[in-house]
Design a protein around this ligand. Structure first.
Ligand code: GDP
Length: 204
């Protein structure tokens, strides 16, 4: 899929204030500094559509972007950072979980993890929560340019071993780099295929 247009629509904390039309949407989430803004900008061919954050936890909002006028890319706040006060943390957890529970238009989430790190409890707990709430998701490994191919393989194997202790199957995953564009085509094709399937089932 070629992204021809990517436009900011609205930011807010309430699912009830999210766009009301029925376009399919895909949500991007991960720990702060995982490379989410860079990935969104890379996918959409923009320099600063998503704001790369100097200060973790700055933007605790649900951000909707409309892509090619036919689907929404949703940029969710990073989770699991230390610098947010306890009450702020509570609020964003609540609205993030409300978003995943209540947003009917959500087709799939992309959970971003830094490929250099071992699976972190906060990421595993979040994936577990998505699974328990029947939210489909893929894992997006970021910053793949920082590792050699063999190390990438090893790190993914570690993830597989750990996740398969409690999951029946390893989720769909992408290996990406915002620096060298790795994974861009695969991820966009994945979204495009789902959108086409949704289109054809809607017209049946
Ligand atoms: P966010 O907080 O998850 O939105 O993360 P950012 O996109 O702001 O990125 C955090 C830091 O990681 C920045 O210094 C980026 O330049 C760097 N970064 C993000 N993606 C990549 C990548 O694919 N490769 C490399 N080498 N660095 C990256």
């Amino acid at each position: 899929m070629q992204i021809k247009t990517a436009k900011f629509v609205v930011s807010n904390q309430l699912v009830s204030k999210c766009p009301t039309n029925q376009l399919p949407e895909y949500a991007f989430i991960g720990r702060s500094n995982v490379g989410k803004s860079s990935l969104i900008n890379m996918l959409t061919n923009q320099k600063s559509l998503a704001k790369t954050s100097g200060r973790p936890g700055k933007t605790q909002l649900i951000n909707h972007f409309i892509i090619n006028d036919n689907w929404f890319l949703v940029d969710l706040p990073g989770y699991g950072y230390a610098r947010v006060s306890k009450s702020a943390k509570k609020t964003f957890q609540k609205f993030i979980t409300a978003y995943f529970r209540d947003r009917k238009q959500l087709v799939s989430a992309f959970v971003l993890v830094d490929i250099r790190h071992k699976p972190l409890p906060v990421d595993l707990a979040f994936m577990q929560w998505l699974g328990e709430h029947n939210v489909p998701f893929s894992i997006v490994f970021t910053k793949a340019d920082k590792l050699r191919p063999k190390a990438i393989e090893d790190h993914i194997d570690t993830y597989k071993t750990i996740l398969l202790e409690s999951w029946e199957a390893f989720p769909n995953y992408f290996i990406t780099s915002s620096t060298n564009y790795a994974g861009k085509e695969a991820l966009l094709e994945y979204i495009d295929t789902i959108n086409s399937d949704l289109d054809s089932s809607a017209s049946e």
